[in-house]
Write a protein that binds this ligand. Structure first.
Ligand code: 9MG
Length: 276
């Protein structure tokens, strides 16, 4: 199951780690734009040394309650960082964006994957993503980040996430995104209660029936805090447990904050799978 990410070919039948690199103003202690780019690239370099195969660069916060940013602000935040990482580091640069203008620009700068938490629902996004020629990750979301956690409701969360992803696959393919370059993601924490999230994790293997590699993001999320009672910076053990379960259930990419520790966990999962 090989996928070409702008010239870097990865086998997605094994599990890879994606490091999270937020380039929103609150992500840096040093304020100014130059220093922010510099420290973002250094952070990416550390994650690559720790074993990340992907770096996911995001310029718009998608945390519950977050408000949207303008296209120009998003471009200003992500473009210099993407350009530097793509030029300097041996890694696939993923871009966390739903904005068709940003998709088109970052493709010219060396990005290798479009990670859209809105699954190409914005006007012009399916066509823009197809035009880049890059692989795309389609993630399930119910609602929008500013209100998605207000009152998430499902009759059957697993079935409804599956139907949503099937419909978004159809839209992406109709716009010209090749089916073999589409990755799917159930979207943990995006319009879901704690129970919905754990029902999805428990039945993750069923999403393989859709026939696409899976990207999973559970690192430090509130579903882990709800069960353990831990604050966000104390959720490493819970994050590793959830990452290990996801990898055992066949996830191809784990989107995480703690790259070094997750790479070790994935090595154990791989050793177990190879021993069968
Ligand atoms: C940007 N972002 C935040 N959480 C995410 C998740 O779970 N999956 C993907 N694909 N992107 C995410």
């Amino acid at each position: 199951m090989e996928v070409n990410f702008a010239g870097r070919v990865l086998d997605l039948s094994v599990c890879h780690v994606m490091g999270i690199l937020n380039v929103t103003p609150d992500s840096f202690s040093d304020g100014g734009r130059f220093n922010s780019v510099d420290s973002a690239v250094r952070r990416a370099q550390q994650m690559v040394s720790d074993g990340a195969a992907f770096i996911d660069v995001g310029g718009e916060s998608t945390r519950p309650g977050a408000s949207p940013v303008s296209t120009q602000e998003e471009l200003d935040r992500v473009c210099p960082v993407i350009e530097s990482i793509a030029r300097e580091l041996a890694v696939v640069v993923s871009v966390d964006t739903s904005n068709p203008v940003v998709m088109a620009e970052v493709a010219k700068l060396g990005a290798g994957l479009i990670n859209d938490v809105r699954a190409l629902q914005r006007d012009g996004a399916p066509e823009a993503a197809a035009k880049t020629g890059l692989p795309v990750c389609l993630m399930h979301i119910q609602g929008e980040p500013d209100s998605m956690q207000d009152n998430p409701r499902y009759r059957n969360v697993r079935r409804e996430v599956g139907s949503f992803l099937t419909e978004r696959l159809r839209v992406a393919e109709s716009a010209g995104v090749p089916p073999d370059s589409i990755i799917l993601d159930p979207g943990f924490g995006f319009g879901k209660s704690v129970e919905h999230n754990f029902q999805l994790l428990a039945t993750l293997e069923q999403l393989h029936l859709l026939g696409h590699p899976l990207l999973i993001g559970v690192s430090r999320k509130s579903m882990l805090g709800a069960v353990t009672g831990r604050e966000i910076n104390e959720r490493l053990p819970a994050s590793l447990a959830a990452a290990t379960i996801s990898a055992m259930k066949g996830a191809s990419i784990l989107r995480v904050h703690d790259v070094r520790e997750t790479v070790d966990a994935v090595k154990i999962v791989t050793a177990v799978k190879e021993a069968v």
